[in-house]
Design a protein around this ligand. Structure first.
Ligand SMILES: Nc1ncnc2c1ncn2[C@@H]1O[C@H](COP(=O)(O)OP(=O)(O)OP(=O)(O)O)[C@@H](O)[C@H]1O
Length: 456
């Protein structure tokens, strides 16, 4: 019997040879082998969603892949970090019972006519999508749905703030599905286009055609469904479209800036249907992800940009990737106009005039973290980390306190920027520093100095 390391290496190599890089990265690279005993392999995966996908799809493929070389069938038990090692916990793992979501394994659709015009943007693929903490689950769910449409999460519902990649992921699902099944019929629309198509069909007496068009797809992607609010007739029609596709086990993917039950004037029966599948949120990217997105974009545009300039731009825009990309393009335009290289001071100059605002004066959490770390002689990594020695806890709490005072970021958002901490930790830090300030003159001096430096 091979040891754990050899077995895992073998699995990685085999999987890498047989599947696309994105599949490999999403399901294998995020997994960690834990134990191999009694022909049973325990693998730790990041979330329940990953575990479900492993159970349903990855595990059978690996078992089959290994059967010939090993000469026997191994058992694979995926678990999340919170779950005990099933081999140690003794309890036989519930392999399928833990599925939280409705699934249906009877998907296999008939051949469809080839549809060229599915309104997909070529740039929005899984390959160009940078995965980070805020979007890891959404990305994994998107890939699961693209690879096995109608099986896992139907509907798949993305929600989250503006410019965070919901549309990008929806298009990526469409591309991936067409790559796997070139004859599939994929349709991407915004909720407004759906409403317009519907109204036009009434005006031109082509309702039957409209229904035929929307109800014959294999994958329907409807973006920004918050704009269904107030459109009673459109909601009614969409309800029937949804039912027809769902009953036919066709995949539906929806997006909105908020959860279904928070969309005003959305019919209750639609809200409840939208909850049948999986709702997954996308939160703003952390600093490292923002840098990775900028790097990718710069590489695609063949731009040469120093590391510190990436950090500078990523420090300025922390809650909307569209703005982040826009900033990079602006810097590029500035450099092209002046025939000069891209440097941090050029970037500062370019972004300063953005909307006529002094944009480089905008306070962001990474700027606060850097300033506080320097002031207390610790590193930003330590500030974001979990070490509980006083020399680090105080700077960490001060940085959280200042982030709350000097930026508009919410408590969860601040927690996320501090290495993914809970919002209650941020609140605790804020309250602790506020209390200490009542009778700690030294701390008061530190904070006043930092504030003065930060607000220059
Ligand atoms: N993780 C990511 N990796 C690379 N690019 C991204 C990522 N997330 C978003 N983007 C890019 O940011 C821009 C905005 O993304 P997108 O349009 O998908 O946002 P959205 O959440 O649909 O916004 P809206 O709520 O305005 O519809 C796009 O150009 C997209 O390619």
């Amino acid at each position: 019997m091979p040891d754990l390391e050899t077995l895992w290496q073998f699995i990685c190599e085999k999987f890498n040879e047989s599947f696309s890089t994105i599949t490999y990265k999403t399901w294998i690279e995020t997994a960690k082998p834990i134990q191999f005993a009694d022909q049973t392999l325990v693998v730790e995966v990041p979330s329940k969603l990953h575990r479900d996908y492993w159970t349903q799809s990855v595990t059978p493929q690996i078992v089959e892949m290994l059967q010939e070389p090993l000469g026997y069938k191994i058992t694979i038990l995926p678990k999340t970090p919170d779950e005990p090692n099933p081999l140690e916990a003794y309890d036989p793992v519930e392999k399928t019972a833990s599925r939280e979501l409705v699934t249906d394994s009877s998907q296999k659709s008939a051949t469809k006519t080839f549809v060229k015009n599915s309104q997909l943007n070529e740039r929005y693929t899984f390959e160009t999508f940078v995965v980070g903490k805020g979007n890891q689950l959404a990305h994994a769910a998107a890939l699961a749905v693209a690879e096995e449409p109608g099986v896992f999460y139907n509907p798949l519902f993305f929600y989250g703030g503006v410019g965070l990649g919901k549309t990008h992921l929806m298009h990526a699902i469409g591309h991936q599905m067409l790559e796997n099944r070139p004859n599939a019929k994929v349709k991407y629309v915004t909720s407004e286009s759906f409403a317009n198509d519907f109204i036009n069909s009434i005006q031109t007496k082509r309702q039957e055609e409209f229904r035929q068009e929307y109800r014959s797809v294999d994958l329907l992607l409807v973006d920004d469904i918050q704009f269904f609010a107030d459109k009673v007739g459109t909601q009614e029609e969409f309800f029937h479209t949804f039912n027809a596709l769902y009953d036919d086990k066709k995949q539906i993917v929806l997006s909105s800036d908020r959860l279904p039950n928070e969309i005003p004037k959305l019919q209750q029966r639609l809200v409840s249907r939208f909850k049948w599948g999986l709702s997954v949120d996308i939160t703003p990217p952390d600093f490292e992800t923002r840098i990775a997105i900028l790097r990718n974009k710069a590489e695609a545009e063949h731009l040469e940009i120093p590391n510190e300039t990436f950090s500078y731009i990523a420090g300025q825009f922390d809650s909307n990737i569209r703005e982040l990309e826009g900033a990079l393009m602006r810097v590029q335009a500035y450099s092209a106009m002046g025939h000069t290289k891209i440097t941090t001071s050029l970037a500062a100059e370019a972004l300063k005039s953005l909307n006529g605002k002094e944009h480089n004066n905008k306070m962001t959490i990474p700027i606060i973290q850097t300033k506080v770390a320097n002031y207390y002689n610790v590193t930003v990594t330590e500030i974001k980390g979990r070490k509980r020695v006083k020399a680090i806890v105080t700077p960490r709490q001060v940085a959280m306190y200042l982030s709350r005072k000097l930026t508009d970021a919410s408590l969860p958002r601040i927690g996320q920027e501090f290495g993914g901490k809970d919002h209650t930790t941020v609140l605790h830090a804020y309250e602790k520093i506020t209390k200490r300030l009542e009778n700690d003159a030294e701390l008061e001096h530190d904070i006043e100095t930092l504030k003065a430096e930060l607000q220059i």
